[in-house]
Design a protein around this ligand. Structure first.
Ligand code: SF4
Length: 326
């Protein structure tokens, strides 16, 4: 089979949490074994569209990449780099914007959601996000993009832009395919919203063991289980949903004990915290080792940017020729 290349981007959000790990990072690590090349991009330009969320881009990029490395991303196998360090992506973004109908952009659900979230700063970046995202992917001619089900419409949008470009200027880009992540999205410890730093309902991968215990203790459980003697409903319990990932070997037993009121939520949470901490221990150790070399992350990002740029330059030479700019 021809060269198979994965692309995925993540906003620099600083220290990563278990929702990031279960939903994306563990998958990033696995894909390294399966594909010829994986490109993992810190999408700092995207972050600028929500300045209040962006925070310190430098520090947030550093912390995020440190977590990626500790989780098993290998810069020898993968290209890890900051989006803004390859300026060709901005040029391709402009070119693609010329084949993107404005009406389609206004209909993207995440745009409407962002307008609701930041009504005082409805900027072009929010509207043009799917165009820049498409440029991110196809600049490297990636054929596979790992996504959750909620991101499928964005990928379909990218595929449509690719078709429009290819139809207008001749076959240039492969249509990227989705690689669905198998794990459902992780809810925050409040049990109400998706786990996220801005909601402070998260558990950081690098959190100290005591902090992990504290956060797990505060997790929302089955709201119908008021007393220890009440039978529980694991299928609606957020603690149980994390057991699915961290205690797969005891899942049936936990579910049965919960339904039969043989186990209390306090003990069930203690069990989860123990499993979580056991799984995070090697991560914490690796992170501390990597953090011991202050230049490591920056050297990896510089090397990644050089490797990414080498691909981008070739693509843009072809694009300029196809559209008549060369
Ligand atoms: Fe959830 Fe465990 Fe309590 Fe059942 S026993 S409701 S699975 S925390």
């Amino acid at each position: 089979m021809a060269n198979r290349r994965v692309f995925s981007g993540a906003r620099p959000t600083g220290k990563q949490h278990i929702g990031n790990y279960i939903g994306a990072i563990q998958n990033y690590v696995k894909l390294q074994e399966e594909f010829d090349e994986c490109i993992y991009c810190v999408v700092d330009l995207h972050a600028l569209a929500s300045l209040q969320e962006a925070g310190d881009l430098h520090a947030n990029s550093y912390e995020m990449v440190l977590d990626w490395l500790a989780a098993g991303l290998d810069p020898k196998k993968s290209i890890i780099f900051p989006q803004s360090r390859v300026s060709e992506v901005s040029e391709l973004h402009v070119v693609l914007s010329m084949v993107t109908p404005l009406g389609h952009l206004f209909r993207v659900p995440t745009f409407k959601e962002k307008v609701r979230q930041q009504p005082d700063n409805v900027n072009y970046g929010l509207l043009g996000y799917p165009v820049l995202m498409t440029a991110d992917i196809i600049l490297y001619k990636a054929d596979t993009v790992p996504v959750g089900e909620d991101q499928l419409p964005h990928l379909e949008f990218a595929r449509e832009i690719v078709r429009r470009f290819n139809n207008t200027f001749g076959e240039t880009f492969p249509e990227p395919h989705a690689r669905l992540t198998t794990f459902a999205r992780v809810m925050g410890i409040d049990g109400v919203q998706k786990m996220g730093k801005s909601l402070n309902n998260h558990i950081e991968l690098s959190a100290a063991p005591q902090e992990v215990e504290k956060r797990v203790r505060s997790m929302m459980t089955d709201p119908a289980r008021v007393y220890r003697t009440d039978p529980g409903h694991p299928e609606v319990c957020n603690v149980y949903s994390l057991h699915k990932f961290y205690s797969p070997e005891r899942l049936e037993e936990i579910a049965a004990d919960c339904r039969g009121a043989k186990i209390g939520c306090v003990d069930c949470k203690k069990m989860l915290a123990t499993k979580l901490n056991a799984s995070l221990d090697p991560f914490r150790q690796r992170r501390a080792e990597f953090a011991g070399d202050p230049n490591l992350v920056w050297d990896i990002l510089t090397d990644g940017a050089n490797r990414a740029r080498a691909i981008a330059v070739e693509t843009m030479a072809e694009v300029r020729e196809k559209v008549g700019l060369a």
